[in-house]
Design a protein around this ligand. Structure first.
Ligand code: 5GP
Ligand code: ZN
Length: 136
């Protein structure tokens, strides 16, 4: 299914031109227009799924296998020193385009990109409370 209001549906299916570094029947991999680092790319399924909760397992599996393949290829081409694979779901998690995508983020020593979080401390009591939520 495609969503006629979705920009990534249009890009993935070639209705809007993009800097494509890989394409097959199910996916297009494009360079991000607001890159965090040199070579920042996005894996877009050609079908519309808004996020991880909606995407079919079969497509998701293929998307992550492709992420590995792209990480290998991009590392070879770009000579990066490390690699982040990031996938955001929902506004609080930083998702801004509601068509499932995987960020491929080549990292370079001292590239200054701000990705990550400050670890908080958690008490034994809170750790137990959180654990218990999984057995409710
Ligand atoms: P999100 O924040 O949803 O995880 O990531 C959306 C990403 O899409 C951002 O990194 C943003 O720069 C990128 N982006 C948004 N619109 C376009 C576009 O029209 N073309 C390309 N190539 N990237 C886009
Ligand atoms: Zn879409």
């Amino acid at each position: 299914m495609k969503d006629s209001n979705c920009i990534f549906c249009k890009i993935a299916n070639g209705e809007i031109p993009s800097a494509t570094i890989y394409e097959d029947g199910e996916f297009r991999v494009i360079l991000d227009r607001g890159p965090a680092t040199w070579g920042h790319a996005l894996i877009l399924p050609k079908e519309h799924f808004s996020d991880i909760y909606e995407i079919e397992d079969e497509v998701l599996t293929k998307a992550f296998v492709l992420a590995k393949k792209m990480a290998e290829r991009m590392t070879e081409v770009l000579k990066c020193d490390g690699f982040n694979i990031i996938q955001n779901n929902g506004s609080p998690a930083g998702q801004t385009v509601f068509h499932f995508h995987i960020h491929l983020l080549p990292r370079y020593t001292d590239d200054g990109a701000k990705i990550g979080w400050k670890p908080n401390e958690i008490s034994d009591e809170d750790l137990k409370k959180c654990l218990e939520q999984f057995s409710e």
